[in-house]
Design a protein around this ligand. Structure first.
Ligand code: F0G
Length: 349
């Protein structure tokens, strides 16, 4: 295997002098989804970013951001996070031998993400506020103290995340008709759009996809055209009221002729359950919002049978075991060691 930075070197701002800090990220599966295809009425693929080393798409951007920070001689990195960015920053910083500082919103980070960060030994602080407050604080700290900011306001993060689009085109042979994805701080939709455009310019794709972005209804500033003071959603990864790349998300939407719409928590959880029970793919709730959105559009007969729709499943289901347990709504029973009793209980006889 080759590091993402090496594989896509020609499309990334690196030189032979850039130290490559890699955990063999990227090269994630593009999984055909037959049952979802049937429901949606088009050819649906799931880009399973949970297969990255820290379990989310953030690794694509973080390998770039931390490699460039190392090139510039940084000794420490800092980020605000709803969980996944911090897990990636902490892992790549550990790999680079750098200190990592993480600011997270009070009590709203899924357990798997917090567990990952804690074990790296990163300095983790909860802020009595939301993600937007955390982002303001890390901007302040990195402006005034010697620590490199690795949120997606760092342009190298966006550069690295473009590789998701490259992989999709490499595998499908061209851009899909549509790409559906969650939108939080709006870095990823910005990155994918830049990636597709770069590949088309290089002659690697003949067309550009239409971008379909989805925010959670309780955290949908881009949809409503106004900041959300107190964002709320079960999809804590995208619980963001003032996205840093707001304007760039609008550009991706408008240049591609796409949409950015809201999906409710119930729609998100419904899609989250379907992905698991019908396709065997376990992603975190925020990741399911792209699928929830595609299902919603399908109800309005938005897609044609020959369309290809790639849904970006941004993070692994194991990131948020609490939501999986509560959504299943089932207790696991304890029964005696008795074959016939078990057979009866399980409806086998
Ligand atoms: N999906 C997941 C699983 C995420 O963790 C995020 C963002 C998004 C989607 C949205 O991507 O912000 O580029 O629009 N998580 C950030 C974090 C905010 O701190 O981990 P975006």
């Amino acid at each position: 295997m080759v590091a993402l930075i090496e594989k896509y070197k020609a499309f990334l701002p690196v030189t032979d002098e850039t130290p490559v800090i890699s955990l063999q990220e990227g090269n994630t599966p593009l999984i055909p989804a037959p049952r979802l295809s049937q429901r949606i009425g088009a050819q649906v693929y799931l880009k399973f970013e949970g297969a990255n080393p820290t379990g989310s798409f953030k690794d694509r951007g973080m390998t770039m951001a931390v490699s460039k920070a190392a090139e510039e001689g940084a000794k420490a990195v800092i980020c605000a996070s709803t969980g996944n960015t911090s897990a990636a920053a902490a892992a790549y910083a550990a790999r680079a031998g750098m200190k990592c500082i993480v600011l997270i919103p009070d009590g709203k980070v899924a357990l798997g993400k917090l567990a990952q960060v804690q074990l790296t030994g990163a300095d983790v602080v909860q802020i009595d506020g939301n993600f937007d407050d955390c982002l303001r604080m890390v901007r302040y700290l990195s402006d005034n103290y010697p620590v490199a900011l690795v949120n997606s306001v760092n342009p190298f993060r966006i550069e690295g995340q473009k590789t998701g689009a490259f992989e999709i085109v490499d595998e499908l042979g061209d851009s899909p008709t549509y790409q559906a994805m969650p939108v939080g701080n709006a870095g990823n939709i910005t990155a994918y759009w830049a990636g597709y455009k770069a590949y088309k310019e290089a002659g690697k794709a003949s067309r550009l996809p239409t971008m379909l972005g989805f925010q959670a209804a309780g955290a949908a500033p881009i949809v409503h055209g106004a900041m959300v003071e107190k964002p709320e959603t079960v999809a804590t990864a995208i619980r963001i009221g003032n996205p840093a790349s707001w304007q760039k998300a609008l550009t991706a939407r408008d240049e591609s002729g796409g949409v950015i719409q809201a999906v409710t928590d119930e729609q998100i959880l419904e899609a989250y359950g379907l992905l698991s029970s019908e396709e065997g793919v376990f992603c975190e709730p925020a990741s399911a919002s792209g699928v929830a959105g595609a299902l919603m559009l399908a109800e309005q007969h938005f897609f044609k049978p020959d369309d290809s729709v790639v849904c970006i499943l941004t993070g692994h289901g194991l990131k948020d075991p609490g939501t999986a347990m509560s959504r299943s709504g089932k207790e696991v029973e304890v029964l005696p060691v008795d074959g016939e009793n078990l057979a009866a209980h399980l409806g086998l006889k």
